[in-house]
Design a protein around this ligand. Structure first.
Ligand code: PEP
Length: 260
């Protein structure tokens, strides 16, 4: 199984989101070997996008959520509210949330617990910053990622049917046009895969997937997806360009078909 997630960020309004998701459905139409596809429009566009993807194989994701169920939190939205409008997945701990809006591991942990409690599939984003990128920085990068995972999973006990997507997104690769080398992404995925069972005892391998994110586009998607360790991709900038995103989707279908 390969998972492709489009994070549309604050880049497209409702009208454009509707056009974009129509294009995504068209790209998948009639294809047999489909990846799991999740689109994450702005909160404003969730309702309209939901109408378009109803009865399709495309899932609806939100870009953020608050960690409380309800209350005096002006401007915030809870997991339950997202679930009510048909959201099935939610991005948590995206580096833009962490760096621009002060999201901490503790907040990510609370969001994760709440999201799972209402049946959402969390897409937990982790990744090291530029400082861990210098030669010999691999260990430092692993330390950052391990710390984020440990913080996010604190006190969490996954029930049998629950599932978590982990997106490894080196911060220096997000929106820069400089993607990680597939081999480097693979080695971080191997590290994460080895760590998760220690942090979430009893978790089965089928309950979590590890995706890569950071300057993925139509030209490099296949190189990541053909790696067994890469369960999918989280795509930002290229996901709002239909021709690019279509190429990413096609790469996933090619890899799935080659393995069938
Ligand atoms: C992201 O925002 O999660 C992301 C990966 O962005 P981009 O693809 O633009 O690097």
């Amino acid at each position: 199984m390969k998972t492709i997630i489009g994070n549309w960020k604050m880049n497209v309004g409702t009208r454009e989101s509707v056009a974009l998701v129509r294009g995504v459905l068209l790209a998948l139409r009639g294809k047999k070997m489909l990846p799991e596809v999740v689109v994450c429009p702005s909160f404003m566009a969730l309702g309209e996008v939901r109408k378009i993807i109803a009865h399709s194989h495309v899932f609806l994701g939100a870009q953020n959520v608050h960690f409380e169920d309800h209350g005096a939190f002006t401007g915030e939205i809870s997991s339950r509210m997202l679930s009510e409008v048909g959201v099935t997945h939610v991005l948590l701990g995206h580096s833009e949330r962490r760096n621009l809006f002060g999201e901490t591991d503790e907040m990510v942990n609370k969001k994760l617990i709440h999201a799972l409690a209402v049946g959402l599939v969390p897409i937990l984003c982790v990744g090291e910053g530029q400082e861990a990128r210098r030669p010999g920085g691999t260990e430092e990068a692993q330390k950052v990622v391990a710390g984020q995972l440990r913080g996010a999973f604190k006190g969490l006990h996954l029930r049998h049917k629950e599932r978590i997507l982990i997106a490894y997104e080196p911060v220096w690769a997000i929106g820069t046009g400089v993607a990680a080398k597939p081999a480097d992404a693979v080695s971080m995925h191997v590290f994460i895969r080895s760590l998760v069972p220690d942090l979430l005892p009893g978790i089965k391998s089928s309950q979590f997937s590890i995706l890569y994110g950071g300057s993925v586009d139509g030209a490099n998607a296949y190189d990541f997806l053909r790696e067994d360790e890469v369960d999918g991709l989280l795509v930002g900038g290229a996901s709002v360009k239909l021709s690019e995103f279509t190429k990413v989707l096609q790469s996933a279908m090619d890899v799935i078909e080659a393995r069938a």
